[in-house]
Design a protein around this ligand. Structure first.
Ligand code: TMP
Length: 204
C-alpha cells in the first residue's frame, strides 16, 4: 500500500522543525515506516542546491527554478520511491513554500509557479500539509533568539514575511481538505495535543 505524504510549512521561526521529529515518532508508534526529509534538499544534489540557495543572491526566477530543480530530484530519488514502497514521507517544506516565498515574498507570478508545479509534480500533492502560523513579529523574535548567523531568507524584513504569511493563509483557505493551519503561538505541549487528532485521523 502506498504511504502518505505529509509536509510542514510556515514562516521561518514558526517552530515547524521542533514538531517534525515528534510527528515522525508519533507515526512510527502507530506502526508506520517513516522517511523524514526536507526542502530545499533531501538528496545529495538537492543539498548542494540548498547551500547555493541559502547563501547566494540570484534572480528571483533562478531561485524558483533551482527550488524546482532540487524538488524534481527529491521526487525522483526519495519521495516517489519511498511512497511506492509503503513508507510515509514527512517533509520539512515542499511546494507551498515556493508559492509563499518566491510568489508572496519575492513577487514571482503565481501562475508561473503553477506551471512548474504541474511539470514537476506530475499530479502528486501532499496528503496533509501543516502550516505553522505565527505573527511576523513573533517569528522574528524567535528567529533572532535561535540563529546567530541568519541565511539569505532569514535576513529578509518584516514586510517580506508578512507577504509569505499571507500566501500561506490564502492557500490554507483555498485547499481546506489538504492544508491544516496550526496556531504556533501556543506552547509546544498545546500544539502537540492539537496535532494528535489530526495524525490519528490520517493514520486511519
Ligand atoms: P528551512 O530554514 O525551513 O529549512 O528552509 C530554508 C529556506 O528556504 C526557508 O527560508 C524558506 C526557503 N524556501 C523557499 O524560499 N522556497 C522553497 O520552495 C523552499 C522549499 C524553501
Amino acid at each position: 500500500m502506498r504511504g502518505k505524504f505529509v509536509t510542514l510549512e510556515g514562516v521561518d521561526g514558526a517552530g515547524k522543525s521542533t514538531h517534525l521529529d515528534w510527528i515522525a515518532r508519533r507515526l512510527q508508534a502507530a506502526g508506520k515506516k517513516v522517511q523524514v526529509t526536507r526542502e530545499p534538499g533531501g538528496t545529495p544534489l538537492g543539498e548542494e542546491l540548498r547551500k547555493l540557495l541559502l547563501a547566494r543572491s540570484m534572480h528571483l526566477e533562478t531561485e524558483a527554478l533551482l527550488m524546482f530543480a532540487a524538488r524534481r530530484e527529491h521526487l525522483d530519488k526519495l519521495i516517489l520511491p519511498a511512497l511506492a514502497a509503503g513508507s510515509w514521507v514527512v517533509s520539512d517544506r515542499f511546494t507551498d513554500a515556493t508559492f509563499a516565498y518566491q510568489g508572496g515574498g519575492r513577487g514571482l507570478d503565481l501562475g508561473r509557479i503553477e506551471t512548474l508545479e504541474q511539470w514537476v509534480h506530475q499530479g502528486l500533492q501532499p496528503d496533509l500539509t501543516l502550516v505553522f502560523d505565527l505573527s511576523v513579529e513573533e517569528g522574528k523574535r524567535r528567529r533572532v533568539a535561535a540563529t546567530s548567523q541568519p541565511d539569505r531568507f532569514e535576513r529578509e524584513d518584516l514586510d517580506f514575511f508578512a507577504r509569505v504569511r499571507a500566501v500561506y493563509l490564502a492557500r490554507a483557505e483555498r485547499y481546506p481538505q489538504r492544508i491544516r493551519l496550526i496556531d504556533a503561538s501556543r506552547t509546544v505541549e498545546d500544539i502537540r495535543k492539537s496535532l494528535e487528532d489530526t495524525i490519528l485521523t490520517l493514520c486511519q
